[in-house]
Structure formats: C-alpha cells, structure tokens
Design a protein around this ligand. Structure first.
Ligand SMILES: [Cu+2]
Length: 229
C-alpha cells in the first residue's frame, strides 16, 4: 500500500512538471530577488493607447542568467493591469483560468496595479530561456499586453533579431523615418513600408536610400527604431 501511494504521488509530481508550485521556490522563470542584490532596474509602463491596444512598454528585456532585476512598474492606463513574469506555457494556462474567473493573485512573480499606481517586482532570473512578461486580466493579453523576456548566459546583440530594410524617406524635423522593411518578428508584422520614430542620434546615422539592418519596438506607443547596423 505504501509503495502504491508513493508511486501515485510521483506520477502527480511528474505531470505537473519539475517546476511545480512548491512555494514558488523552483519556478522556471526564477525566484523572488533580494532588494539588496539588485543588479539593475528596468522601468515598465502599462497602458492602453488610442488604437485600442494595451501595452507593456520597456526597454528590451534581455537579461543575463543570474541577474536580479528591479522592475519599476507604473500603470499609466485607465484600467487595472497586472505584470506577471512566467513561462509562456504557465501564462497561457493562467490566462485560461483567469478567463473563467478574474482572480486576484498574490504571487511574488506578479503584481496588480490600479490606474495611476506604481509598484515593483524584484526578480532573480536563475535559468536561461525565453520567458514572458504579461497581463493576464481577461482580454488584455490579446490586446497586446505581453512581451518576451530573454534570459541567457551571454545575451546581448546576438540574440536580437535584426530586420533588413531600405530607408525611403527621412523627416528629421518630425523625428520620422520611412523604411521599406522585411517582417518584424518581435512586433508580429509582415514586410511593408512603414513610418518609424527615431531619436536624433539614430537619425544622424541614416541616409535616404541606405540599406540597413534594424530593430524596431514600441516606445511610448510609437513604433521606433531602437537599434541599427
Ligand atoms: Cu492589463
């Protein structure tokens, strides 16, 4: 009888995965970090924009394995939002649970903020891999509230996906550049010609007709060239 019970519990453990919810001590995405050991901070803004999208805005979340990050999170939207760090699989699963019942969790990898509120999540990314920051309030993920969190031992430029393009037009005064570009994988956009924002320093490196390799992302709700080579 004892033997049978033991094997049953083993099967149960295996089926919920190696990163079962045992006090969150062994989540794949990592563990709560110590405030005293923060390596750096990433500012995060949660908001809705005029196009009906909901966004998690921040710099690229490219993190070194073992790094402890303080996420300074501000809800600049008019709705309640949350910020959850987890695997894509766990987020997908919790999203389904949330759709059944909008639960308010109190997990260390998760914070829920009223409009105008700020908060922080201090997190140690113990494992390499691709994770996700998301808002799992029903409908929000689908409206755009998710972004990749890449954790690697030697993560930098090599892991950022560059897109080829040709600069068609530059409007330096307006800070706008029109680029004929290939698919933008991180933004889930097909190849087309589009207007991007670029800051002055970036603009200075650009010329009409120039072939470039670039990375674009949403910055304050606008598509912006963030890297170029
Ligand atoms: Cu939200």
């Amino acid at each position: 009888m004892k033997k049978l019970l033991l094997s049953t519990s083993l099967v149960l453990f295996a089926s919920t995965g190696a990163f079962a919810d045992v006090g969150h001590a062994k989540m794949a995405v990592g563990m709560p970090g110590h405030t005293a050991k923060v390596d750096r901070s990433i500012d995060v803004t949660l908001l809705e924009n005029d196009e009906g999208e909901m966004l998690i805005e921040s710099e690229e979340m490219t993190i070194k394995q073992g790094e402890t990050i303080r996420f300074n999170i501000t809800n600049k939207g008019e709705l309640e939002h949350e910020f959850v760090l987890d695997t894509l699989e766990n987020n997908a699963e919790h999203k389904i649970e949330m759709a059944k019942m909008d639960m308010e969790h109190d997990d260390p990898n998760r914070i829920r903020l009223d409009p105008g509120a700020t908060g922080e999540v201090v997190w140690t990314f113990a494992n390499a891999g691709t994770f996700e920051a998301a808002c799992l309030i029903p409908g929000h993920y689908e409206s755009g509230m998710h972004r990749a969190v890449s954790v690697g031992d030697q993560m930098t430029q090599a892991d950022v996906e560059y897109t080829s393009g040709t600069i068609k037009k530059i409007d330096a005064k307006a800070g706008k550049v029109t680029i004929i570009h290939g698919p933008l994988v991180n933004l889930d956009m097909p190849a087309m010609t589009m207007v991007f924002r670029a800051d002055e320093a970036m603009m200075a490196k650009m010329a009409e007709g120039q072939d470039i390799e670039f990375v674009a992302d949403r910055v304050k709700g606008k598509l912006t060239v963030t890297q170029m080579k």
